[in-house]
Design a binder for this molecule. Structure first.
Ligand code: ZN
Length: 175
C-alpha cells in the first residue's frame, strides 16, 4: 500500500518522470540523461529493480551488460538506465532468467538515484571513460573488472556470477 501511494505521488510530482512500477521512476536529468529514481523506501537486501534479458548482443556496447565471459545482453528498462556510481546503493545478482537483479546495499530513501558499479559486471567497461559520480571514493577511470580486481581499496560485495558471484565477505547476508 505504501508502495502504491508513493508511485502515485511520484508520478504526480515527477513532471517528466515515468513511473516504472514497484517504487521506481525513470526521469531525464538535463545534466546526466536518463536516471532511475527511487519513489519509495527500500531496505538493505531488498530487490530494487529486476533486469530481464531483452536481447543478446554480439559485442559490448555502452548500454549492454556482461553476464558471461562471452555474453553481453541488453536488459529491460529501467535496469538498463541505472547509472554507475563508485559508491553505489545497489549491487547486482544474477537472476534465473539470465539477467541481473539490483539489490539494495543500504537503505534507499526517495528521491535518491539508484546506482550500481559497472566494474562488478563488465570485464572491460567502455561506458564511463571518466566517472563524474562525485563520490568521495570516486575512482575516476572506470575500465572494468580486468583492471580493477587488484585494487585493494575496491571490495564489492556483489559481482556477476561469472566473476565470482556474491561470495565475498558481506555479500551473502541478503538472501
Ligand atoms: Zn565515480
Amino acid at each position: 500500500m505504501l508502495q502504491r501511494d508513493s508511485e502515485v505521488d511520484a508520478g504526480r510530482a515527477g513532471g517528466p518522470g515515468q513511473v516504472c512500477g514497484h517504487g521506481i521512476r525513470l526521469v531525464m536529468d538535463p545534466g546526466k540523461g536518463r536516471c532511475v529514481i527511487s519513489a519509495t523506501r527500500f531496505v538493505r537486501g531488498q530487490t530494487v529493480v529486476v533486469g530481464d534479458v531483452e536481447r543478446v548482443v554480439p559485442t559490448r556496447t555502452n548500454h549492454s551488460f556482461q553476464v558471461g565471459w562471452d555474453t553481453h545482453v541488453d536488459l529491460t528498462s529501467p535496469a538498463r538506465d541505472i547509472n554507475h556510481s563508485c559508491n553505489p546503493n545497489t549491487g547486482i545478482r544474477d537472476n534465473d532468467r539470465g539477467g541481473f537483479d539490483f539489490i539494495a546495499l543500504r537503505e534507499i530513501v526517495p528521491p535518491e538515484e539508484i546506482t550500481w558499479d559497472y566494474e562488478t559486471s563488465e570485464y572491460v567497461s567502455i561506458a564511463v571513460p571518466r566517472c563524474l559520480c562525485g563520490e568521495a571514493n570516486c575512482r575516476s577511470v572506470i575500465r572494468g573488472f580486468k583492471y580493477r580486481r587488484h585494487d585493494k581499496h575496491w571490495q564489492p560485495t556483489h559481482l556477476a556470477r561469472y566473476l565470482g558471484g556474491n561470495q565475498l565477505p558481506g555479500g551473502s547476508d541478503d538472501r
